[in-house]
Design a protein around this ligand. Structure first.
Ligand code: C2O
Ligand code: CU
Length: 379
């Protein structure tokens, strides 16, 4: 692919339609959620981001592998200012991502006010195995609805692909499909090796799921979360549906070659409400961990608390090995994984490219705002 594809994105406060009336929200591009950005593996992308809000913000492209200096989560884009985010989508990066503000201390409020949108990266696997699927992107936001309202979509009978982003500030959604079977095809920015039938999927803040739904005849398919209907899909016509047998080759990481095992222990206290990692609240000047470029590490993320704390690492994708000793049922590249109360999740993370200082944090926005965040230097 040649040249650079230009994208323009604005943060703007505006009235958006909501529940029959309108509501004042912080938006990207004037819509709730913001526009879905569509990229291709191998593509060079330049995003011109302009802040038209009355307050500082910034832009974070959650999960996209890019140099830490481009990610720049500490950058401040003042009102009226613009910033450029330019990067190349690596081979193998096809998946579902999203964008949101990352201004420390303001994330819960700005994200909760509406600032979120989906990113879809496609590649050869999408064309070869899933080219026949119709696709819907659903962004779950705090309002409790998908795409601002109960999403109503029509799809021709056939294979329906649902890319679901949990852009809530704090809510873990237990999602289920009614009216059809669901197969998990991918999580976050990566495919599974093959679609796996699943009764439902739990998505913590920051996590994404790529679902395949064989819809062979006319009728309604509903995506429900708890007792709320989030999306209604009206299927029309009839078709014989083919589910791909294979999707991707997902590399098996050899744990024995890991050079270090680290512990990440989530913690916090009430009154005043504060959160920390390994006993220390976030310090923007401190480097908490150092890792060697070209090495593999095992991280043990522990949650001794009574609430969910989804772990998110910028830039470097990882695989979940086990949860409380129970091996993960399938291999997949992730950037976010929920760590439930009392759980210890072991992940394997290879540091293959993109040296520099980056970060990891809990993706409950209020927790990261209040200190559940740390820096990692890869050298
Ligand atoms: Cu989606 Cu550091 O964030
Ligand atoms: Cu948390």
């Amino acid at each position: 692919m040649h040249g650079t594809s230009e994208f323009h994105l604005e943060a703007i406060e505006t009235d958006v339609p909501f529940g029959g009336g309108t509501t004042r929200r912080l938006t990207y591009g004037g819509t709730l959620p913001g526009p879905t950005l569509r990229f291709e593996e191998g593509q060079r992308v330049r995003i011109h981001f302009t802040n038209r809000l009355g307050e500082a913000t910034n832009l974070h492209l959650h999960g996209i592998p890019m140099p830490p200096e481009v990610d720049a989560p500490h950058r401040v884009v003042e009102p009226g200012e613009s910033a450029i985010y330019e990067f190349t989508l690596p081979a193998g990066s096809a998946g579902t991502y999203w964008y949101h503000p990352h201004l420390h201390g303001q994330v819960a409020r700005q994200l909760g006010a509406g600032l979120a949108g989906a990113i879809v990266v496609t590649g050869p696997i999408d064309r070869a195995a899933l080219g026949h699927a119709s696709e819907e992107v659903l962004v779950l936001q705090d309002s409790g609805l998908a795409n601002g309202e109960v999403a109503r979509v029509r799809a021709p009978a056939g294979l329906v692909r649902l890319r679901i982003v949990n852009a809530s500030t704090a809510r873990t959604w237990a999602l289920q499909l009614e009216g059809a079977e669901a197969f998990l095809a991918g999580l976050d920015g990566g495919f599974l090796e093959a679609p796996v039938p699943i009764p439902g999927v739990a998505l913590a803040p920051g996590e994404r799921a790529d679902l395949l739904v064989p819809a062979s005849r006319a009728g309604e398919i509903r995506l429900v979360g708890g007792d709320a209907v989030l999306a209604r899909i009206a299927v029309q016509g009839e078709a014989t549906v083919e589910l791909p047998e294979r999707l991707a080759e997902v590399e098996r990481l050899d744990e024995k070659t890991a050079v270090a095992t680290r512990r990440v222990v989530w913690g916090g206290a009430l009154d005043p409400l504060r959160f920390h990692v390994n006993g220390r609240p976030f310090d923007p000047r401190r480097i908490d961990f150092e890792a060697g470029l070209g090495t593999l590490e095992i991280w043990e993320v522990e949650n001794p608390m009574r609430m969910d704390h989804p772990f998110h690492l910028h830039i470097h994708a990882f695989q979940v090995l086990d949860r409380n000793g129970v091996p993960e049922p399938f291999r997949a590249w992730r950037d976010t994984v929920n760590v439930r109360p009392g759980e210890k999740v072991r992940i394997a993370v290879p540091f293959r490219s993109f040296p520099g200082v980056t970060m990891f944090h809990c993706h409950v926005a209020e927790h990261e705002d209040r200190g559940m965040m740390a820096h990692l230097a890869v050298r």
